[in-house]
Design a protein around this ligand. Sequence first.
Ligand SMILES: [Zn+2]
Length: 183
Amino acid sequence: MMVLTHIAVGMALSLPVAAVAPEFATATAIGGAIGGAVPDVDLLVGDHRRTLHFPVLYWLPAIALTAVALVAIPIVVVAAVAVSAAAVHSVSDVLGAGEELRPWERTNTDAVYDHLRGQWLRARYVVRYDGAPEDFVLTVAFSTPVAVCFQGLPRWIAVSTVVVALPYTLARKRLADQFEKIL
Ligand SMILES: [Zn+2]
């Protein structure tokens, strides 16, 4: 899935917080966007879908932070949403394709690395490849409620994910050829 979809999903995690604790809404929405994006930084440094992707282990701090936020320190909800967004990102990469330049060719089914079991989780291809039409639909589906319910920066981030995702989706297959020339 596109990093833009992960950002939209991460921001959507802040919607329940906005409903019950509006004072933390903006901070959690931005935290969700950052947490949703961060795992894919390993596309630039380290091994993609391995170095910063933890489909199981992110849930431990995510659950601990949520508990702390609920029973003791409400502001911790910002960190709870950010880490949860990274956890959801890492797990949901299983629903996409394997790690390869042209994921629609399906030559590599390694979707995301499970550090706990020490093995790659197999791609399920529910979203056939990053930038597939169904990936764009997901970006719109998760960005829309965020754009409607929030104002200011979160709204603009949500709108921006769609604005950037559309040309990426339209050009995705041609971009693979361009990347190949650069690499
Ligand atoms: Zn990822």
